[in-house]
Design a protein around this ligand. Structure first.
Ligand SMILES: NC(=O)c1ccc[n+]([C@@H]2O[C@H](COP(=O)([O-])OP(=O)(O)OC[C@H]3O[C@@H](n4cnc5c(N)ncnc54)[C@H](O)[C@@H]3O)[C@@H](O)[C@H]2O)c1
Length: 257
Protein backbone atom coordinates (compact mmCIF):
# COMPACT_ATOMS: atom_id res chain seq x y z
CA UNK A 1 0.00 0.00 0.00
CA UNK A 2 1.33 3.39 -0.94
CA UNK A 3 0.76 6.14 1.64
CA UNK A 4 0.31 9.58 0.10
CA UNK A 5 2.81 12.23 1.03
CA UNK A 6 1.89 15.08 3.39
CA UNK A 7 3.56 17.48 0.98
CA UNK A 8 1.40 20.23 -0.53
CA UNK A 9 4.00 21.00 -3.20
CA UNK A 10 2.56 22.64 -6.34
CA UNK A 11 -0.71 23.35 -4.54
CA UNK A 12 -2.19 26.79 -3.95
CA UNK A 13 -4.16 27.65 -0.80
CA UNK A 14 -6.20 30.64 0.30
CA UNK A 15 -6.50 31.09 4.07
CA UNK A 16 -9.09 33.57 5.30
CA UNK A 17 -8.12 35.27 8.55
CA UNK A 18 -4.60 34.08 7.82
CA UNK A 19 -2.88 37.07 9.42
CA UNK A 20 -3.21 35.94 13.05
CA UNK A 21 -3.57 33.01 15.42
CA UNK A 22 -4.75 29.69 13.96
CA UNK A 23 -4.83 31.04 10.38
CA UNK A 24 -1.23 32.26 10.63
CA UNK A 25 -0.20 28.87 12.05
CA UNK A 26 -1.87 27.08 9.13
CA UNK A 27 -0.18 29.48 6.67
CA UNK A 28 3.25 28.72 8.15
CA UNK A 29 2.74 24.93 8.13
CA UNK A 30 1.39 24.97 4.56
CA UNK A 31 4.37 27.02 3.32
CA UNK A 32 6.69 24.59 5.12
CA UNK A 33 4.90 21.82 3.19
CA UNK A 34 5.67 23.49 -0.14
CA UNK A 35 2.27 25.14 -0.72
CA UNK A 36 1.76 28.63 -2.18
CA UNK A 37 -0.35 30.51 0.36
CA UNK A 38 -2.52 33.57 0.02
CA UNK A 39 -3.05 35.17 3.41
CA UNK A 40 -6.49 36.75 3.01
CA UNK A 41 -7.48 39.08 5.82
CA UNK A 42 -8.92 42.52 6.65
CA UNK A 43 -5.76 43.30 8.64
CA UNK A 44 -3.40 44.55 5.91
CA UNK A 45 -0.46 45.30 8.22
CA UNK A 46 -0.36 41.95 9.99
CA UNK A 47 -1.09 40.08 6.75
CA UNK A 48 1.69 41.81 4.79
CA UNK A 49 4.18 41.39 7.65
CA UNK A 50 3.45 37.66 7.86
CA UNK A 51 3.71 37.23 4.07
CA UNK A 52 7.16 38.92 4.11
CA UNK A 53 8.24 36.67 6.98
CA UNK A 54 7.12 33.51 5.12
CA UNK A 55 8.95 34.42 1.89
CA UNK A 56 8.30 33.82 -1.80
CA UNK A 57 5.59 31.17 -1.36
CA UNK A 58 3.33 33.58 0.53
CA UNK A 59 1.36 36.65 -0.45
CA UNK A 60 -1.09 38.91 1.38
CA UNK A 61 -4.42 39.83 -0.23
CA UNK A 62 -7.22 41.93 1.23
CA UNK A 63 -10.45 40.09 2.06
CA UNK A 64 -13.55 40.98 4.01
CA UNK A 65 -15.31 37.62 4.31
CA UNK A 66 -18.71 39.31 4.70
CA UNK A 67 -18.58 40.73 1.15
CA UNK A 68 -19.27 38.53 -1.87
CA UNK A 69 -17.44 40.91 -4.22
CA UNK A 70 -14.39 40.84 -1.99
CA UNK A 71 -14.26 37.03 -2.35
CA UNK A 72 -14.56 37.19 -6.15
CA UNK A 73 -11.81 39.84 -6.39
CA UNK A 74 -9.56 37.73 -4.16
CA UNK A 75 -9.97 34.55 -6.22
CA UNK A 76 -9.43 36.46 -9.53
CA UNK A 77 -6.25 38.06 -8.23
CA UNK A 78 -4.95 34.82 -6.71
CA UNK A 79 -5.59 32.85 -9.90
CA UNK A 80 -3.79 35.46 -12.02
CA UNK A 81 -0.67 35.26 -9.87
CA UNK A 82 -0.58 31.63 -8.73
CA UNK A 83 -2.84 29.65 -11.10
CA UNK A 84 -5.63 27.31 -9.99
CA UNK A 85 -6.66 27.35 -6.34
CA UNK A 86 -6.62 23.86 -4.74
CA UNK A 87 -7.37 24.60 -1.10
CA UNK A 88 -9.53 27.09 0.78
CA UNK A 89 -9.37 27.36 4.56
CA UNK A 90 -12.37 29.33 5.85
CA UNK A 91 -10.75 30.37 9.11
CA UNK A 92 -11.65 34.06 9.71
CA UNK A 93 -13.85 34.42 12.76
CA UNK A 94 -14.64 36.58 15.76
CA UNK A 95 -15.82 35.72 19.26
CA UNK A 96 -18.34 37.00 21.77
CA UNK A 97 -19.16 35.83 25.26
CA UNK A 98 -22.51 37.31 26.26
CA UNK A 99 -25.55 35.29 27.32
CA UNK A 100 -28.76 35.20 25.30
CA UNK A 101 -30.19 37.87 27.63
CA UNK A 102 -27.22 40.19 27.26
CA UNK A 103 -25.98 39.90 23.68
CA UNK A 104 -26.87 42.93 21.55
CA UNK A 105 -28.48 42.58 18.12
CA UNK A 106 -25.45 44.34 16.57
CA UNK A 107 -23.10 41.71 18.00
CA UNK A 108 -25.43 38.85 16.97
CA UNK A 109 -25.57 40.14 13.36
CA UNK A 110 -21.80 40.73 13.17
CA UNK A 111 -20.98 37.24 14.50
CA UNK A 112 -23.38 35.59 12.04
CA UNK A 113 -22.10 37.77 9.15
CA UNK A 114 -18.42 36.90 9.70
CA UNK A 115 -18.55 33.36 11.16
CA UNK A 116 -21.46 31.89 9.18
CA UNK A 117 -22.16 34.04 6.09
CA UNK A 118 -18.39 34.46 5.56
CA UNK A 119 -17.97 30.67 5.37
CA UNK A 120 -21.03 30.30 3.13
CA UNK A 121 -19.61 32.85 0.66
CA UNK A 122 -16.16 31.27 0.78
CA UNK A 123 -17.54 27.79 0.01
CA UNK A 124 -19.68 29.16 -2.80
CA UNK A 125 -16.92 31.04 -4.60
CA UNK A 126 -14.43 28.19 -4.08
CA UNK A 127 -16.80 25.65 -5.66
CA UNK A 128 -17.21 27.94 -8.69
CA UNK A 129 -13.46 28.35 -9.27
CA UNK A 130 -12.44 24.79 -8.36
CA UNK A 131 -15.15 23.32 -10.58
CA UNK A 132 -14.05 25.46 -13.55
CA UNK A 133 -10.39 24.56 -13.15
CA UNK A 134 -10.99 20.85 -12.44
CA UNK A 135 -8.61 20.67 -9.47
CA UNK A 136 -8.96 18.11 -6.66
CA UNK A 137 -10.31 20.75 -4.28
CA UNK A 138 -10.26 20.74 -0.50
CA UNK A 139 -12.32 23.22 1.51
CA UNK A 140 -11.64 23.31 5.24
CA UNK A 141 -13.98 25.23 7.53
CA UNK A 142 -12.78 26.18 10.98
CA UNK A 143 -15.80 25.69 13.25
CA UNK A 144 -15.43 25.18 17.01
CA UNK A 145 -16.06 22.60 19.72
CA UNK A 146 -18.73 25.09 20.80
CA UNK A 147 -20.52 24.41 17.51
CA UNK A 148 -21.02 20.81 18.73
CA UNK A 149 -21.32 21.38 22.48
CA UNK A 150 -22.74 24.80 23.37
CA UNK A 151 -22.02 26.86 26.46
CA UNK A 152 -24.65 29.20 27.93
CA UNK A 153 -22.15 32.07 27.78
CA UNK A 154 -21.64 32.02 23.99
CA UNK A 155 -25.00 31.65 22.21
CA UNK A 156 -24.18 33.79 19.15
CA UNK A 157 -20.74 32.28 18.64
CA UNK A 158 -21.98 28.71 19.21
CA UNK A 159 -24.90 29.16 16.80
CA UNK A 160 -22.59 30.58 14.10
CA UNK A 161 -20.20 27.62 14.51
CA UNK A 162 -23.06 25.06 14.48
CA UNK A 163 -24.13 26.65 11.18
CA UNK A 164 -20.62 25.95 9.85
CA UNK A 165 -20.93 22.24 10.76
CA UNK A 166 -24.21 21.92 8.87
CA UNK A 167 -23.01 24.00 5.90
CA UNK A 168 -19.90 21.81 5.66
CA UNK A 169 -22.04 18.66 5.34
CA UNK A 170 -24.37 20.19 2.79
CA UNK A 171 -21.44 21.53 0.73
CA UNK A 172 -19.74 18.11 0.84
CA UNK A 173 -22.94 16.38 -0.29
CA UNK A 174 -23.56 18.91 -3.06
CA UNK A 175 -20.06 18.45 -4.48
CA UNK A 176 -20.20 14.64 -4.24
CA UNK A 177 -23.68 14.38 -5.79
CA UNK A 178 -22.66 16.59 -8.69
CA UNK A 179 -19.45 14.68 -9.37
CA UNK A 180 -17.19 17.61 -8.45
CA UNK A 181 -13.81 16.47 -7.13
CA UNK A 182 -14.11 18.85 -4.19
CA UNK A 183 -14.15 17.77 -0.54
CA UNK A 184 -15.41 19.92 2.31
CA UNK A 185 -14.60 19.25 5.96
CA UNK A 186 -14.75 21.13 9.25
CA UNK A 187 -12.34 21.28 12.17
CA UNK A 188 -13.81 21.87 15.61
CA UNK A 189 -11.06 23.15 17.90
CA UNK A 190 -11.42 23.33 21.65
CA UNK A 191 -9.92 26.39 23.35
CA UNK A 192 -6.64 27.35 21.67
CA UNK A 193 -4.24 30.02 22.93
CA UNK A 194 -4.46 32.76 20.24
CA UNK A 195 -5.09 36.55 20.17
CA UNK A 196 -8.85 35.81 20.05
CA UNK A 197 -8.62 34.01 23.39
CA UNK A 198 -6.15 36.58 24.77
CA UNK A 199 -8.65 39.37 24.01
CA UNK A 200 -11.31 37.56 26.04
CA UNK A 201 -8.82 37.11 28.92
CA UNK A 202 -7.81 40.80 28.74
CA UNK A 203 -11.33 41.96 29.58
CA UNK A 204 -12.04 39.25 32.16
CA UNK A 205 -12.38 40.17 35.84
CA UNK A 206 -10.34 37.10 36.78
CA UNK A 207 -8.16 36.07 33.79
CA UNK A 208 -6.33 33.29 35.70
CA UNK A 209 -9.63 31.82 36.92
CA UNK A 210 -11.07 32.10 33.43
CA UNK A 211 -8.09 30.29 31.88
CA UNK A 212 -8.33 27.55 34.53
CA UNK A 213 -12.06 27.22 33.84
CA UNK A 214 -11.40 26.88 30.10
CA UNK A 215 -8.65 24.32 30.71
CA UNK A 216 -10.99 22.26 32.89
CA UNK A 217 -13.52 22.04 30.05
CA UNK A 218 -11.07 19.70 28.31
CA UNK A 219 -10.77 16.21 29.83
CA UNK A 220 -7.01 16.33 29.15
CA UNK A 221 -6.89 19.34 31.53
CA UNK A 222 -5.28 21.92 29.26
CA UNK A 223 -6.05 24.08 26.23
CA UNK A 224 -4.61 23.39 22.79
CA UNK A 225 -1.85 24.87 20.64
CA UNK A 226 -2.16 26.48 17.23
CA UNK A 227 -0.02 23.62 15.86
CA UNK A 228 -2.68 21.07 16.90
CA UNK A 229 -5.20 22.71 14.58
CA UNK A 230 -2.66 23.39 11.81
CA UNK A 231 -1.69 19.69 11.70
CA UNK A 232 -5.34 18.68 11.30
CA UNK A 233 -5.72 21.22 8.48
CA UNK A 234 -2.63 19.84 6.73
CA UNK A 235 -4.14 16.33 6.85
CA UNK A 236 -7.50 17.48 5.48
CA UNK A 237 -5.84 19.60 2.77
CA UNK A 238 -3.73 16.81 1.31
CA UNK A 239 -4.31 13.53 -0.48
CA UNK A 240 -4.01 11.39 2.68
CA UNK A 241 -7.62 12.39 3.44
CA UNK A 242 -8.94 11.86 -0.11
CA UNK A 243 -11.86 9.62 1.04
CA UNK A 244 -12.93 12.01 3.81
CA UNK A 245 -15.64 14.57 3.18
CA UNK A 246 -18.38 16.22 5.27
CA UNK A 247 -16.81 15.48 8.66
CA UNK A 248 -16.46 17.70 11.70
CA UNK A 249 -13.13 16.82 13.25
CA UNK A 250 -12.83 17.70 16.95
CA UNK A 251 -9.34 18.90 17.92
CA UNK A 252 -10.34 19.52 21.49
CA UNK A 253 -8.62 17.37 24.12
CA UNK A 254 -11.82 15.35 24.53
CA UNK A 255 -14.11 18.35 25.15
CA UNK A 256 -16.93 17.04 22.94
CA UNK A 257 -16.86 13.38 24.07
N1 LIG B 1 -8.81 30.48 19.64
C1 LIG B 1 -9.70 29.55 19.99
O1 LIG B 1 -9.78 29.12 21.15
C2 LIG B 1 -10.62 28.98 18.94
C3 LIG B 1 -11.35 27.82 19.26
C4 LIG B 1 -12.22 27.28 18.32
C5 LIG B 1 -12.36 27.89 17.08
N2 LIG B 1 -11.64 29.02 16.81
C6 LIG B 1 -11.85 29.61 15.49
O2 LIG B 1 -10.62 29.67 14.80
C7 LIG B 1 -10.64 30.78 13.90
C8 LIG B 1 -9.39 31.63 14.10
O3 LIG B 1 -9.43 32.11 15.43
P1 LIG B 1 -8.14 32.71 16.17
O4 LIG B 1 -8.27 32.33 17.58
O5 LIG B 1 -6.92 32.39 15.42
O6 LIG B 1 -8.49 34.28 16.05
P2 LIG B 1 -7.57 35.57 15.75
O7 LIG B 1 -8.36 36.72 16.29
O8 LIG B 1 -6.17 35.35 16.23
O9 LIG B 1 -7.55 35.61 14.16
C9 LIG B 1 -8.70 35.87 13.41
C10 LIG B 1 -8.29 36.54 12.10
O10 LIG B 1 -9.50 36.77 11.33
C11 LIG B 1 -9.40 38.07 10.75
N3 LIG B 1 -10.74 38.58 10.44
C12 LIG B 1 -11.69 39.02 11.32
N4 LIG B 1 -12.76 39.47 10.65
C13 LIG B 1 -12.49 39.31 9.32
C14 LIG B 1 -13.21 39.59 8.13
N5 LIG B 1 -14.43 40.17 8.16
N6 LIG B 1 -12.65 39.27 6.94
C15 LIG B 1 -11.40 38.71 6.89
N7 LIG B 1 -10.65 38.46 7.99
C16 LIG B 1 -11.20 38.74 9.19
C17 LIG B 1 -8.67 38.90 11.80
O11 LIG B 1 -8.12 40.08 11.23
C18 LIG B 1 -7.62 37.91 12.29
O12 LIG B 1 -6.43 37.98 11.51
C19 LIG B 1 -11.94 31.51 14.14
O13 LIG B 1 -12.91 31.10 13.19
C20 LIG B 1 -12.33 31.05 15.52
O14 LIG B 1 -13.71 31.14 15.76
C21 LIG B 1 -10.79 29.57 17.70
Amino acid sequence: MKVASTSLENKVAIISGGASGIGAGIAKLFVDSGCCVIIADIDETAGSDLASELGDLAQYSYLDVKEELSWAALFDKARQKWGDIDILVNNAGIGSAESIEDVSMDVWHEIIAINATGVFLGCRVAIRYMKESGVKGSIINISSALGLRPLSSTPAYGASKAAVVNLTKSTALHCAENGYDIRCNAINPGFIRTPLLDNALDVAEDPAGMLKGYSNLHPVGYIGDIQDVASAALFLAGDNSKFITGISMPVDGGMTI
